[in-house]
Design a binder for this molecule. Sequence first.
Ligand code: NDP
Length: 322
Amino acid sequence: MKAIAKNGGVDVLEVNDVPVPQPGPGQVLVRNRFSGVNFIDTYFRTGLYAAPRFPLTLGREAAGEVVAAGADVPAALREPGTRVVYMDSAAYAQFAAVPAASVVAIPEALSYERAAAAFLQGLTAWTFVREAGDVKPGQWTLVHAAAGGVGLLLVQMLRSVGAKVIGTASTPEKCELARSNGAGWTINSHDDVVAKVKEITGGHGIDVIFDGVGKATFDADLEMIAMKGHLISFGNASGAVPPLSILKLGPKNVKLMRPVVNGYVAERADLERYSAELFDLITSGKVNVAIHKTYALKDVAQAHQDIESRKTSGKLLLDCDL
Ligand code: NDP
């Protein structure tokens, strides 16, 4: 089969022939149809996050069909042809042997494409709204990179739970997209975001901030957060947040979190519940899944270049058949 199996800069991403994996006990072999491109894949490529091994097959999620199952796989996931989606490593490939514990069946109404586009970023956005942020109706919330993959889902989900949503983005077009997807207010991130937030919230500040941008926005977050606000710092698109003095949280009793989606779905019951809620949000039309572009698997370097260049909005996918 074809798989991407090298680590480094965009130029060193390669398509290599590697053996089709065999499913071990508790694993299913999935023929991937679409694999999601996530910003985290660039961290493993650049080395910001340490690779577990080399050569490394990147990718953290895909949707496709079960082709074989190892021992001890539950009956619901054993049947060849079962349509599934999963979050697991080595997903930039035509086939993947993945633990059945991280695989869920896709409802009829959801295509492989939309399932792959929504799964990792959707579970991230939904668990962060529900658990990390514990967002309540009427609260002021702010989403950085609001036209990005996670960002566009966050603004829609926050609106669906009754929050007041401010989105930031780097261009007028991205701001418009965030607004048409549920942000009540948008701020161009090149403007004075802290001053604009003060104006919009009448001096209250933001109750829950969702920040996947990291280094470039963290200090401003501490300025514009409301008294007793929650600061959810969950990514490093502009670089990692440098170590900070805990004393900075004191003046406003800030709750600072650095959550990872996997921690909220580590228990099978939580994965099933949050996946069902996510699929329901999508199939009921409450949440729209915006796909920026679907690339051929062999064009993965272009996909990485595009997401890193800030030219994309919504989700990037790889077609694993091409
Ligand atoms: P996006 O589609 O949101 O792309 C990243 C966006 O970040 C860009 O579009 C850009 O939007 C913004 N950005 C700001 N500064 C930079 C910069 N210097 N270089 C590149 N982009 C920049 O990606 P994802 O939706 O895949 O991920 C968003 C964030 O969420 C990432 O930090 C990712 O690591 C994190 N994440 C964390 C998870 C967790 O469990 N903790 C799970 C999933 C994602 P703009 O041009 O509008 O500024």
